[in-house]
Design a protein around this ligand. Structure first.
Ligand code: ADP
Ligand code: ZN
Ligand code: ZN
Length: 730
C-alpha cells in the first residue's frame, strides 16, 4: 500500500496521511481531493510514504489526484516548508494560501480554450461561383477565413450574421473548415524576442549593470541604493533583458497595487513580445490563475507581482528584483506573518541566482547587510533628468496656521500656480479631522470597539473608525451634555481641500486618498488628469507618494510630519525618512528644479537636516549607531507573541504564563514583560504582546521552535494568539 502526506488548509501543524494506491513520485506537489471529517477537502501532496503511523482501518483513501495543472515544483515546496518553519505557521495553511483561489476549489481546472476555425485546403479550392446565390453568409465566411492567415475566433465568425452558426456547421461537414483550439496563454506569445531600445545609460548606471553582469552566476544579493529618479528601473530593465535573451524568467516584486500598472506599462513597452504576467490583489480569480499557469509553464518571461507572488512557480527563474525593498507592505501583518522580501532572498539563495534589492531609502536591516558586505552595494547618487529637489523648512513655532497651513506655504502655492505649474500638499491622514470634540464638556467621539477616536469625514457625512471600519452618523449635539457646538480638531485631506478651495477659488484642486480613489479606475483617471495638466493643486496621502511621474509638479508642501519624529516606535524615523524622500521625489521631474517645503516645529532635527542634504546613508548610519546602543534590530533579532481576548487581563495572563514557560529554557534569549499593545482595544478585543530577542537568528529560531510547540500544546481557547517573527511593529 502507498500513502501520501497531505497539506490541508487547517490550523494544525501536521500533515495528514491518506492511502493512495495509484500515486507516483511526480504527484508530489499535486492537488488532491480527500475526505476530511464529513466534507471533501482540497489538499496538496507533500510526501509519499510506504507506511502510516495511523492504524490501517483509520487511514482513508484519496478520492482524486488532480492532474489538471502541473504539480508545485520542488523548489516552491521547499520555500513553503521553510516559510512554515521559520514563521511557525502550519504548513497546510502556508501551502494552500499560496495557491490561486481557483486551485483551492474542489473542481478540476478545465483548459480554457477559445474556439476558432481555420480554412482547409478543400475550403481554399472551393469555387465560390458554384455556390447558390442565396448562400450569401457562406460566401462571406469563406472570404473572411481565406483572408485570415490563421484561425479566426468563433465569436468573430458568429458576428457575421445570425445564421453564421448553422452555416459554419454545414461548412465543417463539407470539410471546408476545421476547428482549431487556441490557448489564450499561448496565443499571446510571439515567437521572436523583440525589445525596444532603452536610453543611453549614465556612467553610474553602467557601473551598476556591469557589476551585476560580472557575477551573474550563483547567489549574489545586491543592494541598489539610488536616489529618487536616478534610473533604478532602467537598471532592472537591462538586467531583465539579459535574462530574457537567455530564454529565462525574471520575478519583480513591487510593494503595492498602485505601483503595478505604471511599471507594467513600462515593462510591456520595453519587451513587446514577451509574455508579462502581473499578479496582484486587483485581479479576479481566473486572471490570477491564468497568470500563475503562464508563470508555471515557463511561458511568462516576466512576473510582476506584490507580496504573494513570491510563491509563484517559475521553472526558469534566473533573477529576482525587489523594488522599494524597504516598503512595509512586503510584510504581511496578520495570518501568516511573512516577509516577501526576506523569502525572496531565501529563494534566490536556494536557486543560486542574483537578487537585486532596490530603494532610495533601504531598510536598516538591508543597509547594515550592505555595510558589512553580506550584500554588495551599488549606488546611484544623482537623478538622471533633473536636479535633486531643493528642500526647505517653514518653522511653525511662532506662526499662526490657517487650517494647518502657513502663509509662506500658501504664497508658494500661489506663485507656483501663476507660473502654470502644479503643487502638491502632502498630509498623511485622510478624512476631514481626526477628532471631533465638544467645546463645552470636552467629550470626544470615540470608537466603541477600539481605543481610538473616530475620524470626521465631511464628504460622506460620517464618523469613521480607521482601525475597525466602524461608521456612524455625526451627532447633531454632544451626546454627553447636549451642547450643539462640536469642534473638529486637527486636519485631514478633506479639510485641507476645503481650505485651499476657499483660499484659491479659481484653482483646480484634486484630492487623492483612499476615499477618493475607491472606485475602480478612479486613480487611473486622476493620473491622466494630472498628466494632462487639468489640475493646479493636489492634496494627497501616501498613495501619491509612490513612483509617479508628474512633469508639471514642482512644489511639494508637507504638513503634519512632526508627529512621527518622537514616536515610541523605534522604526518611526526610518519610515518617515523613506516617506518624505518619496514625496519629495515627486517635485521637479520636468525641466525646472523642484521645491519641497516642510512645515515643522523642529527644523534642526537630524532627520530633516539629512533629508535636505539628500543624505540617507548619513542618517542611516546615525540610526544604526542608536540602534546598536539600545540593542534594537538589526543588531538583535526579535519575535513578538501577540495575544487578544475580550479582556486585557486575560490576554496578559496568557502571555505571563507563556513568559514563564520560556524563562526556564534559554539564557541567550531575552524575554521582556508582557505589555498592552499600543492600540489596546481593536474591534472589540483587547490586545497585549510579549517581545523576545536574541543576538543570533539561529538561537532565536531554535528557542521559538520548542516554545511554540509547548504553546500549541496548551490548547488555549480563551485567547487568540500568534507568533510574529521579525515583527515590523513592536
Ligand atoms: P528611480 O526608479 O530610480 O526613481 P526611474 O528609473 O524612474 O528612477 O528613472 C527616472 C526617469 O529617468 C525615468 O523617466 C526614466 O525613464 C529616466 N531615465 C532612466 N535612465 C535614463 C537614462 N540613462 N537616460 C535618460 N533617461 C533615463
Ligand atoms: Zn459636551
Ligand atoms: Zn474601531
Amino acid at each position: 500500500m502507498k500513502f501520501v502526506r497531505i497539506a490541508l488548509d487547517v490550523p494544525l501543524p501536521i500533515l495528514f496521511d491518506y492511502a493512495a494506491p495509484a500515486v507516483h513520485q511526480e504527484d508530489i506537489g499535486r492537488r488532491v481531493l480527500v475526505p476530511f471529517g464529513k466534507k471533501i477537502a482540497v489538499g496538496v501532496i507533500i510526501e509519499l510514504a510506504e507506511s502510516s503511523s495511523l492504524a490501517t482501518e483509520r487511514v482513508r483513501q484519496v478520492l482524486t489526484i488532480l492532474r489538471d495543472v502541473p504539480a508545485l515544483p520542488s523548489d516552491v515546496l521547499s520555500l513553503l516548508k521553510f516559510c512554515s518553519k521559520y514563521y511557525h505557521h502550519p504548513l497546510g495553511e502556508v501551502v494552500l494560501n499560496a495557491l490561486p483561489t481557483r486551485l483551492r476549489r474542489r473542481q478540476e481546472i478545465k483548459p480554457v480554450e477559445k474556439k476558432a476555425f481555420r480554412i482547409t485546403d478543400a475550403g481554399h479550392a472551393t469555387d465560390m461561383s458554384t455556390l447558390p446565390v442565396r448562400a450569401k453568409v457562406k460566401r462571406e465566411l469563406l472570404m473572411l477565413l481565406r483572408k485570415a492567415d490563421s484561425a479566426v475566433d468563433e465569436a468573430i465568425l458568429h458576428s457575421v450574421a445570425p445564421t453564421a452558426r448553422s452555416n459554419l456547421k454545414a461548412m465543417l461537414t463539407l470539410g471546408w473548415i476545421e476547428p482549431f483550439a487556441r490557448s489564450p496563454i499561448l496565443s499571446s506569445v510571439a515567437s521572436e524576442l523583440s525589445q525596444a531600445e532603452g536610453p543611453v545609460l549614465t556612467a553610474e548606471q553602467n557601473i551598476a549593470i556591469d557589476s551585476v553582469r560580472s557575477r551573474q552566476v550563483g547567489f549574489t544579493p545586491w543592494l541598489l541604493m539610488g536616489v529618487t529618479g536616478s534610473g533604478k528601473t532602467e537598471i532592472y530593465l537591462q538586467l531583465i533583458s539579459d535574462v530574457l535573451r537567455r530564454g529565462r524568467q525574471a520575478l519583480v516584486l513591487v510593494p503595492e497595487i498602485n505601483l503595478t500598472p505604471q511599471l507594467e506599462a513600462v515593462v510591456r513597452a520595453r519587451f513587446p513580445s514577451t509574455a508579462v504576467v502581473s499578479l496582484h490583489s486587483g485581479l479576479n480569480e481566473s486572471e490570477r490563475l491564468r497568470g500563475w499557469l503562464a508563470a508555471q509553464s515557463g511561458i511568462a518571461g516576466i512576473v510582476l507581482g506584490t507580496r504573494l507572488s513570491i510563491f509563484t512557480p517559475l521553472p526558469k527563474l534566473d533573477l529576482i528584483i525587489v523594488d522599494e525593498e524597504h516598503d512595509p507592505s512586503f510584510k504581511q501583518m496578520d495570518g501568516l506573518r511573512y516577509s516577501a522580501r526576506d523569502l525572496a532572498l531565501v529563494r534566490a539563495k536556494a536557486r543560486a541566482i542574483p537578487i537585486i534589492l532596490g530603494s532610495a531609502t533601504p531598510a536598516l536591516e538591508t543597509f547594515q547587510n550592505a555595510m558589512t558586505s553580506s550584500y554588495r552595494l551599488l549606488t546611484l547618487t544623482r537623478p538622471v533628468n533633473a536636479m535633486p529637489a531643493e528642500i526647505g523648512y517653514i518653522d511653525t513655532r511662532n506662526l499662526t496656521l490657517i487650517d494647518g497651513m502657513s502663509q509662506d506655504l500658501l504664497k508658494a502655492i500661489e506663485a507656483t500656480m501663476q507660473r502654470g505649474e502644479q503643487s502638491l500638499v502632502f498630509i498623511n491622514r485622510r478624512g476631514y479631522a481626526p477628532v471631533l470634540m465638544c467645546r463645552s464638556c470636552n467629550w470626544t467621539a470615540d470608537c466603541a470597539r477600539c481605543s481610538a477616536k473616530l475620524v470626521l469625514h465631511a464628504t460622506a457625512r460620517r464618523l469613521q473608525c480607521h482601525h475597525c471600519g466602524h461608521q456612524e452618523t455625526i451627532p447633531a449635539a454632544c451626546p454627553a451634555c447636549g451642547n450643539h457646538d462640536l469642534l473638529p480638531l486637527g486636519q485631514g485631506t478633506q479639510r485641507i481641500e476645503e481650505a485651499l478651495a476657499r483660499t484659491f477659488p479659481a484653482a483646480r484642486i484634486l484630492r487623492v486618498d483612499r476615499d477618493s480613489t475607491r472606485r475602480k479606475h478612479a486613480w487611473q483617471d486622476m493620473r491622466r488628469q494630472i498628466q494632462a495638466e487639468e489640475v493646479d493643486i493636489l492634496i494627497g496621502t501616501q498613495i501619491l507618494a509612490k513612483g509617479h511621474d508628474f512633469p508639471q509638479l514642482n512644489l511639494v508642501g508637507i504638513i503634519n510630519s512632526d508627529s512621527s519624529l518622537y514616536s515610541t516606535d523605534f522604526r518611526a524615523g526610518e519610515r518617515l525618512f523613506a516617506r518624505l524622500t518619496q514625496v519629495s521625489g515627486r517635485a521637479g521631474r520636468g525641466a525646472t528644479r523642484g521645491r519641497v517645503l516642510i512645515q515643522t516645529e523642529f527644523p534642526q532635527h537630524p532627520l530633516y537636516q539629512a533629508l535636505s542634504r539628500h543624505d540617507y546613508p548619513a542618517y542611516a548610519q546615525e540610526l544604526l549607531a542608536e540602534r546598536k546602543q539600545a540593542g534594537f534590530p538589526p543588531f538583535v533579532h526579535q519575535a513578538v507573541l501577540r495575544a487578544e481576548a475580550p479582556q486585557l487581563a486575560v490576554a496578559l495572563g496568557f502571555l505571563e504564563r507563556a513568559a514563564g514557560m520560556a524563562g526556564a529554557q534559554n539564557a541567550a534569549v531575552t524575554i521582556y514583560d508582557p505589555v498592552a499593545a499600543g492600540l489596546v482595544r481593536m474591534a472589540g478585543l483587547e490586545r497585549a504582546q510579549l517581545t523576545l530577542q536574541a543576538h543570533s537568528r539561529t538561537t532565536l529560531q531554535k528557542f521559538l521552535h520548542s516554545w511554540h510547540a509547548e504553546l500549541c500544546a496548551l490548547g488555549e481557547r480563551k485567547v487568540r494568539w500568534a507568533l510574529d517573527v521579525d515583527p515590523l511593529e513592536v
